[in-house]
Write a protein that binds this ligand. Structure first.
Ligand SMILES: Nc1ncnc2c1ncn2[C@@H]1O[C@H](COP(=O)(O)OP(=O)(O)OP(=O)(O)O)[C@@H](O)[C@H]1O
Length: 244
């Protein structure tokens, strides 16, 4: 069984950094002393295993699954079982079975938080997943451009009946050159403020444009000393306060 507070990370569009946010938030929450599970339901382009550099799938014991442990968190990913990334297979009852399997048949142990990387967009699969997971706190990831946040609004409204919208994470908000105070708003401004007002929620974080320093151990996790490491620590604090 799955215990703990469920945080689902959703986005209106692909490529806005949803999986990066889900992975870094999970790792920061764990660093702050929480027992954390990370479930990657992004069946279109499951990226969590490569972001955390996980090459082995989970093991099983007595017909139950032992999640993969990485960076202090327990991880299950559609990427461990989907071989051809064919979304058609994962419609309706089949998708439901896999989701229940991840929730009921995995030996999670006691958890404080379960971070879910949802499929992007408002398509049928995203709707199915949203319907099938337990009620959750939703974190809506968008870039600051008004068009992106307009699309994100649909994603927010889609699940608002069943899930509480915890807030908005504006990713790639601005670029700040190292050792400079100036911020450059490359993708525009104002979209997420409007989105927060329209959805009656708040902005949880504004994360600058800064590529993770790639290495073999943790290709997409921001390291101590990077501005985004601190921003994710703040976000994890903010999430804990907002879900207390
Ligand atoms: N704040 C950021 N600054 C710079 N690059 C970033 C930032 N956030 C994410 N990225 C990069 O953007 C790319 C897309 O990120 P990611 O895969 O997390 O997006 P996504 O929304 O999950 O996409 P999809 O829905 O298609 O899986 C990655 O290469 C990631 O490293």
């Amino acid at each position: 069984m799955l215990s703990g507070k469920v945080l689902s990370v959703v986005s209106g569009k692909g490529g806005v950094g949803k999986s990066t946010v889900a992975a870094n938030l999970a790792v920061s929450l764990s660093r702050q002393g929480n027992a954390v599970g990370l479930i990657d339901f992004d069946i279109y382009g499951s990226s969590i295993p490569s972001m955390l550099n996980i090459s082995n799938g989970p093991k099983s014991m007595n017909n139950r699954i032992i999640p993969v442990e990485s960076h202090g968190i327990k991880v299950m990913s559609m990427g461990f079982i989907v071989k051809n990334n064919d979304p058609v297979v994962w419609r309706g009852p089949m998708l439901g079975k896999v989701i229940n399997h991840f929730i009921d048949d995995v030996i999670w142990g006691p958890l404080d938080y379960v971070v879910i990387d949802m499929p992007p967009g408002t398509g049928d699969v995203a709707m199915d997943v949203s319907r099938l997971i337990p009620s959750s706190h939703q974190l809506l990831v968008t870039t600051p451009h008004p068009t992106a946040s307009h699309v994100a609004e649909r994603a927010g409204k889609m699940a608002a009946n069943q899930h509480n919208i915890l807030g908005i994470i504006e990713n790639m908000s601005y670029f700040q050159p190292p050792d400079y105070d100036a911020k450059y708003y490359i993708f525009g401004r104002g979209g997420s403020e409007k989105l927060a007002t329209d959805l009656g929620t708040k902005i949880m974080a504004q994360l600058p444009l800064l590529a993770p320093e790639e290495d073999d151990f943790e290709p997409s996790i921001y390291k101590k000393g990077s501005l985004l490491f601190d921003k994710y620590e703040e976000l994890a604090n903010n999430v804990q306060d907002s879900t207390a």
